[in-house]
Design a protein around this ligand. Sequence first.
Ligand code: SF4
Ligand code: SF4
Length: 169
Amino acid sequence: MSLIDLMSMAKPNLESRDKILVMLRDRTLVNCFQCMKCTSGCTALKLLELKPHEIEKLVNLGFVDELVSSDIIWTCVTCLKCIQRCPQKASPYHVIMALRNLAVEREAKVPEAYMKIVSQILESGLIEGIQKVTTRKMETFDRESLELPKIVHPKESFQTAFLKALEER
Ligand code: SF4
Ligand code: SF4
C-alpha cells in the first residue's frame, strides 16, 4: 500500500510523536525549519516516495503511525549524509531509525532482506554471505583457490550477545 493510500483521511497521533521524540533523545526534531539540505544530498532520494525533509515534517505533525506502517522508512540506505548536512541537529537519519525501531516494536512487517541480514550475521558474523569473485576474463575464484584464510564462524557467546543487543534496542 502506498503512503498516499495510508495517509488518506489520517489524523495525527501525538502520543506516537512523543514516543519518537523520546527515542531521539537530544536530537531536536522540532527545530527542523524545512531548509531541505537533507533532501538535496540524500543518497536514497530516488528510492523515497517521500523526501527526507517531508518525513521530518510529517513526524513533527504527528503522522507517525502511517510512516511506521509504510515501506518508505526501509528505503533509507543509512549513509548518514543528512546528519552532516542538517544545520539544526534534526537529521532525518535518526528520525527514520526511530521509526524503524517503533515499527519493530509494533511488530510491523520488516522487509525480508533485513531478516536475512540478521540470520547471516548470526550464522557467519558477516553482513554479506561469502561470495566467489569473477574476473574480467569470466574466471571464477573462491577463497580457497585464492589461498585466503578460512572464515571463522562466530562462537555461541557472540550469537547470545548479538541477540541480547537486538532485544535491548
Ligand atoms: S532535517 Fe535539517 S536539513 Fe532537513 S529540512 Fe530539517 S533542518 Fe533542514
Ligand atoms: S541517511 Fe538515509 S535519509 Fe539520510 S541522506 Fe542517507 S539515505 Fe538519505
